[in-house]
Design a protein around this ligand. Structure first.
Ligand code: X2X
Length: 343
């Protein structure tokens, strides 16, 4: 009995060895599906495009990536994107931390109100221990994270009036993204938040079903939100969502060592370029995009330090509550790294 089992095992391993090389080659798909929320005219999508192009070029077409914008592989429901990557419905993605936070609660870190005061703070997190720990968490969840990109600081727009204080938000119907943390934040501020996908948000803004929304300026301009009545824009830098370049684990393991190296390096290169594109025109040094928005007749409101503090104070309870959900240890590390950041 034992001998038979042993013989069986040996036969199996020999069989496995015999088919291994051809199976490996055959494992390459003719096309790898890469998911993003917006299209390739946005900085976010440009990052995906750069990554795909570099990979196709450097693997001589062995890895052929096709970009699926509009999170179309999950019918536009971006909160389902992460599970679809895990399950292999999606092979690769450049995704926002917000959209994956329903599955990976630690990714809510970047949505803690007023955690990251400036770009140096974002960099301190994604390039430091916090970034590494989050990548380990993602690996544990069955995806292969390769690089950090950036959607950006999310600013508030609405069709009704200028927002300078929490009281101005009272009763405003706001579309928010798919993490319950956003519902808590806007409820604490006195607004009336409602969660919907980006696909649904645009018609809802156009029809006036909602009064406002929050998104980075690159999304605001790329989606031409001034044309759907979003005439008031408040710059408050309350949160920023990084992007993460990932590959499904089985797909990753089906590639040769050489190809993995190419894909990883291309992701890091594309992400670095994507962050530069994403910050163009929206930094204190270069605010040309803001100028463009103002020229479209939009009232752009910058907050004084006192006005800013009123929003911080009003959301303090939400911060404390979610710090526990995200993990005190991780949030403490983030706060420490931000304090010690290079400015
Ligand atoms: O849905 C949004 O607001 C967007 C496009 O910014 C994200 O996917 C997080």
């Amino acid at each position: 009995m034992k001998i038979r089992t042993l013989l069986g095992a040996i036969t199996c391993s020999i069989a496995a060895l015999a088919v291994a090389p051809s199976a490996m080659a055959a494992d390459y798909k003719s096309e790898y599906k890469l998911s993003i929320v917006v299209n390739t005219t946005f900085p976010w999508g440009q990052g995906a495009q750069i990554w795909s192009d570099l990979v196709r070029e450097r693997t001589n077409g062995r890895i052929n990536i096709k970009i699926y914008p509009g999170t179309s592989l999950v019918q536009g429901d971006q909160t389902r994107e992460f599970n679809a990557i895990r399950q292999g419905v999606i092979d690769m993605a450049v995704g926002s931390t917000i959209n994956w936070s329903p599955q990976i609660k630690e990714l809510n870190l970047f949505s803690l109100p007023f955690l990251m005061p400036d770009y140096a703070a974002i960099d301190a997190l994604i390039k430091g221990e916090v970034g590494q720990r989050l990548f380990q968490r993602l690996e544990g969840a069955g995806v292969v994270p390769l690089a950090w990109g950036e959607n950006g600081y999310r600013q508030l727009s609405n069709s009704k009036h200028e927002v300078k204080a929490p009281a101005d938000l009272k009763g405003l119907k706001l579309r928010v993204v798919g993490s319950p943390l956003y519902i808590d934040t806007f409820t604490a501020l006195g607004a009336n938040p409602t969660q919907m996908s980006w696909a649904d948000a645009q018609p809802a803004l156009a029809s006036g079903a909602v009064d406002g929304q929050e998104n980075p300026l690159s999304i605001y301009t790329g989606a031409k939100l001034h044309t759907v009545g979003q005439k008031y824009l408040t710059l408050w830098n309350y949160v920023a969502d990084p992007l993460i370049f990932v590959v499904n684990k089985q797909v990753w393991e089906s590639w040769t060592e050489e190809d993995r190296k190419i894909v990883g390096e291309a992701a890091r290169e594309a992400a670095e370029r994507q962050i530069v594109i994403s910050r163009k025109g929206v930094t204190p040094e270069d605010n040309s995009l803001l100028k463009e928005i103002e020229a479209q007749g939009v009232t752009v409101t910058a907050l004084t330090p006192e006005q800013h503090q009123a929003f911080v104070d009003a959301t303090k309870g939400v911060f404390d509550k979610w710090k526990k959900t995200i993990g005190e240890d991780l949030v403490n590390q983030a706060q420490k790294d931000i304090e010690n950041r290079k400015k």
